[in-house]
Write a protein that binds this ligand. Structure first.
Ligand code: ZN
Ligand code: ZN
Length: 574
């Protein structure tokens, strides 16, 4: 008996050792990702995992049933892990996986966009990437392209079956986008075939399948064009769906009403600050001329004057490039956070396939392409029409360009990316929290100015406030349109009169908010959560608070929702 007990005891010890909760969870994560790609082949291709390039999922009832079963079974697997026993990195991965699976169930059973949003059916983007991205030889890519094409007629047949009471706006969007995608299967495909080494019969087969796919897309366009909208659904999401979508997509510690209140308070605050700055700068720009009664008009007049200070079309790129080392120097000298000198940002002229989108953006290698460089793509204005270039340069004037560089590069998106790569997590690279990522970039804009970047120039502060007001008003607009019945007239007035936007920009934003929801809130919500967390930590730590330590600690958790980072930072304090 004693021997048996001793034996059992040893057995327990052994099994405890092999059952290290983190190791067990790592294994689970690997199988989760593998099975996720199998369930969602197009998402796998998009993430740079090309094992399923030859299939396309058919969006029918059977597929939705399988997605629900998949989510339930993985949630069940997940529940076998005790998240309290996991490392911070694994714990946040646990929450991210759980949120994604629950979100999928909600999308299928409650949101049901597959019924009312015809624009969810569009294959052109995924197929286009197979032609333009050089992850494999053109022959291999075209053979998979050909196999995947076989599913297209069934795909659009299922789409037609799904559609019930679609909104007019999403119907029109679907018509426009599917028409726009047709060239992928004509001109783009022909050009790719001509550079390939496919055999004649392979080419013939591919061309035949492409014709069938085009016919299926055209048939779908006709179906939507002829659609009789009796009592069409409204594009406004409504309180209940909006609250849930906000919960799954934003993953904030605040709810919709709290964020709405905070955004309105912030707008008031910014208007007050901008009015003070306008008074301060008035004599410089308008001498003794009388100020208008309306303070928003007064602010707009000053903004218009400051916007005249801008780069020449030919020097636009050079101006952007010149600022990067200055930002690095400032961050280091002011001890704001550590910048890894072995990972400098590679600035490049934007590649041709991105042309037309001037400004600047970060291109980071995907999670399956670890060796790749991270680039800062700087757009060129060459070939732009004179008026368009002038209007663009006024918007991205000398002051705004600096804010843009802070946001996109240092210490914004680029710096965050370097930090997140230090706690490598495939889950966060693939399903990272966009609210945290955008929130960090927006937070750094203010943080840099608070610490004296730009020598407290009133022009720079004014332009920062205008830029920040855009994220604030986007949030107010999104919530108001989807849950508070805001009219187009009210929406445009908010953007032009209260946020100082040009009419063209405001109209574009209005179109966007009618066909999307929630995403426009991510920037301000993330900013607010990070800012509030910093103030909370300051209060708790008093003299012991150190900004650099706070930033580095915050970023060390990777692209996780801020509410979980907060939970772990507070736990570590106690
Ligand atoms: Zn000009
Ligand atoms: Zn951003």
């Amino acid at each position: 008996m004693r021997n048996l007990l001793a034996f059992l005891f040893i057995l327990m010890l052994v099994s405890c050792k092999t059952e290290d909760p983190n190791k067990k969870f790592e294994t689970f994560k690997d199988t989760f990702i593998e099975s996720y790609w199998k369930m969602y082949p197009e998402r796998a291709s998009n993430a740079g995992y090309h094992a399923y390039d030859n299939v396309l999922s058919i969006p029918n009832e059977d597929n939705r049933k399988r997605q629900l079963e998949f989510s339930d079974s993985l949630l069940n697997e997940l529940s076998k892990h005790d998240h309290n026993k996991l490392s911070p990195n694994n714990k946040t991965d646990y929450y991210i996986i759980e949120n994604r699976l629950k979100g999928t169930k909600w999308q299928i059973s409650e949101e049901r966009a597959f019924e009312w949003n015809p624009s969810v059916y569009n294959i052109a983007g995924d197929f286009s990437k197979m032609l333009s991205e050089n992850y494999d030889s053109i022959d291999v890519r075209l053979r998979n392209f050909s196999l995947r094409l076989k599913y297209v007629p069934a795909y659009y047949e299922a789409a037609k079956q799904n559609i019930k009471q679609p909104t007019v706006a999403h119907t029109n969007l679907a018509i426009q986008q599917n028409k726009g995608g047709l060239s992928v299967f004509n001109t783009d495909l022909i050009a790719a075939i001509n550079t390939s080494g496919l055999k004649d019969e392979e080419k013939k087969e591919l061309e035949k399948r492409a014709q069938d796919a085009v016919a299926a897309i055209e048939d779908y366009i006709k179906f939507l064009t002829d659609y009789k909208h009796e009592e069409p659904r409204t594009t406004r999401l409504g309180n209940d769906l909006y609250a849930k979508k906000f919960q799954y997509n934003i993953q904030s510690g605040y709810n919709v009403e709290q964020i709405f209140q905070k955004a309105n308070d912030r707008k008031q605050y910014l208007h007050g600050k901008m009015s003070e700055l306008a008074d301060e700068m008035w004599p410089k720009y308008f001498e003794n001329n009388a100020k208008p009664q309306d303070s928003l008009i007064k602010i707009k007049m000053i903004i218009d004057k400051i916007s005249l200070s801008h780069a020449h079309p030919d020097s636009f790129q050079i101006e952007i490039e010149k600022q990067i080392p200055e930002l690095e120097k400032f961050v280091t000298e002011k001890n704001l956070l550590y910048l890894d000198p072995s990972k400098p940002l590679v600035v490049r002229k934007e590649p041709d396939y991105m042309a037309g989108v001037a400004g600047a953006s970060i291109s980071a290698p995907g999670p399956y392409d670890k060796g790749g460089n991270t680039y800062y793509n700087v757009g060129s204005l060459s070939g732009w029409d004179k008026d368009a270039a002038e209007s663009y340069l006024r918007e991205y004037n000398d002051y705004m360009l600096q804010i843009l560089n802070i946001h996109e590069a240092i210490p914004g998106h680029y710096t965050q990316l370097v930090y997140s790569n230090q706690s490598p997590s495939m889950i966060k690279s693939l399903f990272g929290n966009g609210t945290m990522i955008e929130g960090w970039a927006v937070y750094t804009e203010l943080m840099m100015l608070e610490n004296g970047y730009g020598n407290n120039s009133p022009e720079l502060w004014m332009m920062y406030y205008k830029w920040h007001l855009r994220t604030v008003c986007n949030t107010i607009l999104d919530i108001s349109v989807h849950t508070k019945n805001m009219s187009e007239e009210e929406g445009l007035k908010l953007l032009t009169y209260e946020a100082f936007q040009e009419t063209a920009e405001a109209k574009g934003k209005w179109n966007r908010v009618t066909v999307t929801s929630v995403q426009l809130c991510s920037y301000f919500t993330g900013f607010t959560e990070i800012y509030d967390l910093r103030e909370e930590m300051k209060n708790k730590l008093q003299d012991k608070f150190d900004l650099k330590t706070f930033h580095e600690k915050f970023l060390s958790y990777g692209s996780a929702p801020v509410k979980f980072i907060r939970e772990m930072m507070l736990a570590e304090l106690n």
